[in-house]
Every structure is written in structure tokens, then in C-alpha cells.
Design a protein around this ligand. Structure first.
Ligand SMILES: C[S@@+](CC[C@H](N)C(=O)[O-])C[C@H]1O[C@@H](n2cnc3c(N)ncnc32)[C@H](O)[C@@H]1O
Length: 543
């Protein structure tokens, strides 16, 4: 913990787990990291950003424009602000902008086994353009905000480099499903699990390819739901049920009643369409509330025009339908481009299969079962993994929570309430949750995080085949203010991981690639005493 990270950038260091080399790399997208030992590649960021490290504006009574809020969701949902202005959010002001928050990459330093470190460096060496919807990653990834999403390009590169064809990759913190989706596109079998029911619902929906008929039916249903809500609004029908006090306090009355109208319309829709329609509702909830974003309790001055909620609901469904169509097309093209699927893929593809027939006219039909790798998504605790057999997965690629940074229970309470999802398992089992760490002293916070990681590593080791890689995409953070508001303790993720793995001996650190991230947040900056914090790709192998 005592190492001066700023200095480390300029001097070789033994990697955790017996490394041979240290390299720095600089570059931007496309400029590939070359070898270790002085070779360089330039990096430009992953998508993850810390909730508490974003620049904040508008506090203290200052009016905050709606498009300011749009910059704060670090799930980096590309928000159609121009549409919002046109549709009636008073106060939304131009210019519209799409922004990925952590396109701030710099030098990538690597250490450990050279070839592996290069794989990791290349994976996190991601150009800004890749996450701005300019390429084929725009499809389902961008539909719904999710705090600390992994970068799709990083996920894809890791899957291709580390998961053999016909092999299975596990993401036990799958969140919005980035790794699972990229595995699917790369023709690898994948298991995604998470303890957050919003994550499971989202990742499931995104990995279930639809035919154009199904996406059209979805849009038709959304229009029906919006008409239902509008009819209630115009008839001044009032609430369809007793509304929770939290929502009465949060939303302006007319917005709350319109949302309630949408909810009751969804409940009356065909059962097979309800999950997608519910996710659309989820995707607009925070936008229509005064909250700045998922990860912020701060409120802004948003005035929402009458009828806007229903119009936005239809627009978001149309957008989702387009994304589903694009994804189906991409999946089919990738399946075609890939070599013939293995028998294992072909026989196990049923889970994610729609059973749909080709749509010759559009060419957007999802690939058939035989063309597609098996993908399964379910709710589970990463410390348990009850549905994953011993020594069964070929690789684990995952981004666990950053300790003491996020609180997924709190971030998604509103969404879970509106979607009727049960938060209790997440409340009990969420690891690294800020709500718990902010009560601990710095010393206890570090001990607690090490304990949580030790349990996690033991659970992951059980399901990994001998020699299988585990990649952790994880960042440095600061934890533990203590009762007296002490200075938080800097937690260097690579060091903690190496220390915990060293004790358990089931996982052996092999290599890492690390890229600096800025400090936006005073307490973290103080904890690091001005030294940079890093985002890491750490690779460990099952002993
Ligand atoms: C950094 S996010 C993962 C984001 C994901 N890679 C993506 O691209 O969307 C960490 C995730 O860990 C989940 N989580 C926290 N504790 C968990 C636990 N004990 N078991 C499973 N998931 C957990 C959270 O719900 C959250 O989705």
C-alpha cells in the first residue's frame, strides 16, 4: 500500500505473481500496443467512471439545465437531447452532445508475462470513437444506462484472445451484459449472472435476438400503452393504484400520473412483451425524475411537459426495436463470417433461441440455433454460483464493483420499485457497496474488502478449469472515512488483488495492464495525495 504510484510509472517493478517485465504503452485506439520492455501504445479510456468522481455542477440552488444531467450517467447512455427539447422538456438547451466520460486514457503500463500483458494492454487501448455509437457496437449495448459498464471493445478483445472457440466464458458480475453480448457475437458460449435483478432483466433482454416481426409487435404494443396512458391523462383518471410515498415525493404529480398510466398499460399488454416494455419504462424513469442520474441523489430543475412521458416511451421503444434489429443482423453476419460452429455450440444453443424463421425480405432474422453459441443469464451471487458446475468454465472475464464507490441497491431502487423487482438479495449480498464502506474506518475498510475478495476468488476458483484465466477489470478507489471523517485509505486494486490471491493460492497473478484515470472527486484525490489512480486489467490463472 505504500508504493508511490506516480513513481511507478517511471520505473520497472516486479509484477504481482513473479513478473518478468514492465512496459509502458501509449497510443490511441488502432495504434496497437507492441511488446513490453519499452514498447508503447497509446490508450484512450474505457467506459467505466466512478460515481463520486465526476465533475458536479448546479449544487447549492444553482439551476441546472437538463442537458447537464445527461452528462452524468456514467453508464454512458447516448441521450437524445435534441429529441427531448423538441418533445417538451422545458429547460433542455442545445447543443446536444454525446459523451463518454472516461475517454481520458493515457499511458498504459504493463507488467508480468509479456504476451499476456500485451493482450490486456490491447484490450484497454480503446479509442473514443468506439463508444460513441459510430460503429457496430451501437446496437443493444447503448439502450439503457448502467453504472460502470465495461467497454464493449475491451470485452470483445478479451473474449477473442482468451476464450477458445467452443469454450465457455463466465461473467459473474454481468451488469448490463456487455461481456455476454460480446461473447455471443464472437461465437463463444457464455454465462452471465448478477445479483441485481435489473441487470439480469436487461442482460437477458439484450441477449435474446428478435425477429423483425417481434420488434414491430413491440413498437405496436408501446403505442397501445402510450394511448392508454394518454387516455387516462386526458380523462383525469387519477392513479390506478396506491402510489408509494417515495414516488409521490420525487416526481411532479402530472409526471407521476403519466408514469402510472404507462405502468398500468404495460400490465395489460401481452405477457411476452411486458419485460421489454418494462425495461423501456425503466430507461426513462430517471430521465423524467428530478434526479441528475442513476448514481446521483442530486436533483435538478427539470420541467416536463404534459404528455411528454408517453411520447418518450414510444420513442425509446422505437429506438430499442432498431437496436434489436441491428443486433440480430450483426449476430447473423458474425455467425456467417465465423467458421462453422462446433458441435458443442450447435447442440447447446437452445437457451437463447427464439425459434424464429428467416425474414428473407429484411435479412435481419436472428441466426438459427445451430449458428449461435449458447448464452445463459440468471440471478446469482458471485460468491455462490450455485448453477455453475465445478471446473466447467474456460475463462472468467468480469468487472467487479469498485470498492466503496457504487451502491447498486440505491442506484436502482427506483427502477426496481417500478418494475416490481425484489431488491432483498442485492441488499444482502452486494459486495463493495458504498453504503457499507462509508461506515468503516480506513483500516476496517481495507480488511473488509480483502475478506470479500478472498471469498470471491474461492468461489471463482471452484468453477474454473485448471489453468483457466480470470480477467478482472477493476479500478483503484478510496475507502473508509471513519466516524471522525478521517482521510479515506487509497485502495490500489492490483496490489490488493495480488495480496489476496497470494494468500488463497488458488489463483496466480500473471500480468496486468493499467491506465491512469483522473481524480474528479476531492476525497479520493486527497487519499491519493495527488498521485494518479488507475484502471486495471488484471489476469490471474487458476492454479
Ligand atoms: C461494475 S458492475 C458490472 C458492469 C458490467 N460489466 C456491464 O458492462 O454492465 C458490477 C456489478 O456487480 C454486481 N454485484 C455486486 N455484488 C454482487 C454479488 N455478490 N454477486 C453478483 N453480482 C454482484 C452489481 O449488481 C453490478 O451489476
Amino acid at each position: 500500500m505504500s508504493e508511490d504510484r506516480g513513481k511507478r510509472q517511471h520505473r520497472p517493478k516486479r509484477a504481482a505473481g513473479g513478473s518478468e517485465t514492465t512496459a509502458r504503452a501509449r497510443g490511441a485506439g488502432g495504434d496497437r500496443a507492441r511488446g513490453p520492455g519499452g514498447d508503447r501504445a497509446r490508450g484512450a479510456g474505457g467506459e467505466r467512471a466512478r460515481a463520486d468522481e465526476r465533475p458536479r455542477g448546479g449544487a447549492g440552488g444553482e439551476r441546472v439545465r437538463t442537458n447537464e444531467r445527461a452528462r452524468t450517467d456514467e453508464g454512458v447512455e447516448a441521450e437524445p437531447l435534441e429529441e427531448e427539447a423538441a418533445l417538451g422538456v422545458v429547460g433542455a438547451s442545445p447543443p446536444p452532445r454525446r459523451r463518454s466520460l472516461t475517454n481520458v486514457g493515457g499511458e498504459i503500463e504493463t507488467s508480468g508475462e509479456a504476451a499476456t500483458a500485451q493482450i490486456l494492454a490491447h484490450a484497454i487501448d480503446v479509442a473514443p470513437s468506439m463508444d460513441e455509437g459510430a460503429d457496430d457496437r451501437a446496437h443493444v449495448h447503448g439502450f439503457h444506462a448502467y453504472p460502470a459498464r465495461a467497454h464493449p471493445v475491451t470485452a470483445r478483445r478479451l473474449v477473442e484472445a482468451l476464450v477458445p472457440r467452443g469454450g465457455t466464458v463466465l461473467d459473474p458480475f454481468c451488469g448490463s451484459g456487455t461481456v455476454v453480448i460480446e461473447a455471443m457475437l464472437a461465437g463463444r458460449a457464455a454465462i452471465g449472472s448478477d445479483l441485481n435483478p435489473i441487470a439480469v432483466m436487461l442482460a437477458r433482454a439484450k441477449t435474446y435476438p428478435r425477429t423483425p416481426e417481434k420488434t414491430k409487435a413491440l413498437v405496436d404494443a408501446a403505442r397501445g400503452v402510450a394511448e392508454h396512458a394518454e387516455a387516462r391523462r386526458k380523462a383525469k383518471a387519477g392513479a390506478s393504484r396506491r402510489l408509494p410515498q417515495e414516488d409521490v415525493s420525487l416526481f411532479p404529480p402530472h409526471v407521476l400520473l403519466e408514469l402510472d398510466g404507462l405502468r398500468s398499460g404495460i400490465d395489460a399488454a401481452a405477457p411476452e412483451l411486458r419485460p421489454d416494455l418494462s425495461l423501456v419504462l425503466s430507461s426513462i424513469l430517471v430521465k423524467l425524475s428530478p434526479r441528475r442520474g442513476d448514481t446521483s441523489e442530486e436533483q435538478t430543475d427539470k420541467r416536463v411537459a404534459a404528455g411528454y412521458a408517453s411520447r418518450l416511451f414510444v420513442r425509446k421503444t422505437e429506438e430499442l426495436a432498431r437496436r434489436f434489429d441491428d443486433f440480430a443482423m450483426l449476430l447473423r453476419n458474425e455467425a456467417r463470417a465465423a467458421s462453422a460452429p462446433s458441435d458443442a455450440d450447435a447442440t447447446s444453443a437452445a437457451d437463447a433461441t427464439t425459434g424464429a424463421e428467416p425474414d428473407a425480405a429484411s435479412g435481419a432474422r436472428p441466426p438459427s440455433a445451430g449458428e449461435r453459441a449458447r448464452v445463459r443469464v440468471w440471478e446469482d451471487d458471485a460468491n455462490v454460483l450455485k448453477r455453475v458446475a465445478d471446473a466447467s468454465v474456460d475463462a472468467v472475464i468480469t468487472s467487479p464493483p469498485y470498492v466503496a464507490t457504487y451502491d447498486y441497491l440505491q442506484h436502482h431502487e427506483l427502477r426496481m420499485r417500478w418494475l416490481g423487482l425484489d431488491p432483498r438479495k442485492l441488499a444482502r449480498g452486494e459486495i463493495g457497496a458504498r453504503r457499507r464502506y462509508e461506515r468503516l474506518s480506513p483500516r476496517d475498510a481495507v480488511a473488509s474488502w480483502e475478506h470479500e475478495l478472498a471469498k470471491l476468488f474461492h468461489s471463482l476458483a471452484r468453477v474454473m478449469k485448471p489453468g483457466a484465466p480470470l480477467v478482472l477489470l477493476i479500478a483503484d478507489s478510496a475507502a473508509g472515512r471513519g466516524p471522525g471523517g478521517d482521510r479515506a485509505e487509497p485502495i490500489r486494486a492490483d496490489e490488493v488483488v495480488a495480496r489476496v490471491a497470494g494468500r488463497g493460492r488458488e489463483l496466480v497473478p500473471v500480468a496486468r495492464a493499467s491506465q491512469p484515470r483522473p481524480h474528479f472527486h476531492g476525497p479520493t484525490q486527497r487519499a491519493f495525495e495527488g498521485r494518479p489512480r488507475f484502471e486495471h486489467a488484471l489476469l490471474l490463472r487458476r492454479a
